[in-house]
Design a binder for this molecule. Structure first.
Ligand SMILES: Nc1ncnc2c1ncn2[C@@H]1O[C@H](COP(=O)(O)OP(=O)(O)OP(=O)(O)O)[C@@H](O)[C@H]1O
Ligand SMILES: [Mg+2]
Length: 249
């Protein structure tokens, strides 16, 4: 059974059709890239998958269960996590404090008035593990607002991983980054995909990142699927080239 199955979803904003009858199937363990020109509907499509919008039409299935009517937090409880196009962290808190929030949530201990020493140890160990996994050692006690953009993005990704998702949705994780940070973010995504066996759907503009990471690529244009296939097929697709060149011209 496929992990995620999107069936004929549409999203209208008044007379604008931002997502027009999109279907997409993502298998467990896959790293899928979602690409397309600005305004193609990628973020809107993510908002539909993660439950921030209710689709005007269509169904969304996770593990074969219809989740179309579920709220975002209910989807998180079923193993879906996402990051946003603009980094969502608490800049005035340290890296440890940022990670503590989702780790306590994951253990059902958020806002407990008192933590047993054993629970506190378990939380701290999990925070350390996430800091290591994210390549963030050395930054643990620094304010996140003072970290480089790549490390802030890694913090945000590790915050979502604290919830132990099976499906991770990343909206432009390298947005605003230079080539060095883009490279290290791509390495982190690949590592999480391979080591944690995470299924990932990634919206990305950087073609080198996409062609290095993706198992399959879905191309959106004007709210619809223009093409889908392995990276080599998409690179050779005349339809895709025309869509991008058409925008650039
Ligand atoms: N909440 C909203 N209300 C009205 N229109 C919206 C809303 N969100 C998005 N749109 C419109 O829907 C279309 C698709 O936008 P979307 O943000 O999904 O594109 P995108 O592919 O993510 O673009 P980008 O690459 O610039 O991030 C655009 O025309 C946008 O203006
Ligand atoms: Mg977007």
């Amino acid at each position: 059974m496929s992990l995620l199955e999107v069936q004929h979803v549409s999203q209208h904003f008044g007379s604008l059709v931002a997502v027009n009858d999109i279907s997409m199937v993502v298998e467990t363990g896959e790293l899928r890239a979602l690409i397309g020109p600005n305004g193609a509907g990628k973020t809107t499509f993510f908002n539909l998958i993660s439950g921030f919008f209710k689709p005007t039409a269509g169904r969304i299935m996770l593990d074969g269960h219809d989740i179309t009517g579920l709220a975002p937090h209910q989807r998180v409880a079923l193993g879906m996590a996402r990051t946003f196009q603009i980094t969502e962290i608490f800049p005035e808190l340290s890296l440890r404090e940022n990670l503590r929030i989702p780790v306590e949530l994951a253990y059902g201990l958020r806002l407990s008035p008192w933590l047993a020493p054993a629970a506190n140890t378990r939380i701290n160990e999990r925070i350390d593990e996430l800091i290591d996994m994210g390549g963030l050692a050395g930054n643990a006690n620094r304010l996140v607002g003072e970290l480089a953009l790549g490390d802030q993005r890694a913090t945000e990704i590790m915050m979502t991983l604290a919830l132990k998702p099976r499906l991770l949705l990343l909206d432009e994780p390298t947005a605003g980054m230079g080539s060095h940070e883009t490279y290290s973010t791509a390495i982190l995504i690949r590592k999480l995909h391979r080591q944690q066996k995470l299924t990932i759907v990634l919206v990305e503009h950087d073609m080198r990142v996409i062609f290095n990471l993706a198992d399959r690529i879905t191309v959106l244009a004007e709210g619809a699927v223009l093409d889908e296939g392995a990276p080599d097929d998409i690179a050779a697709s005349e339809k895709v080239q025309a869509a991008y060149l058409g925008k650039a011209a």
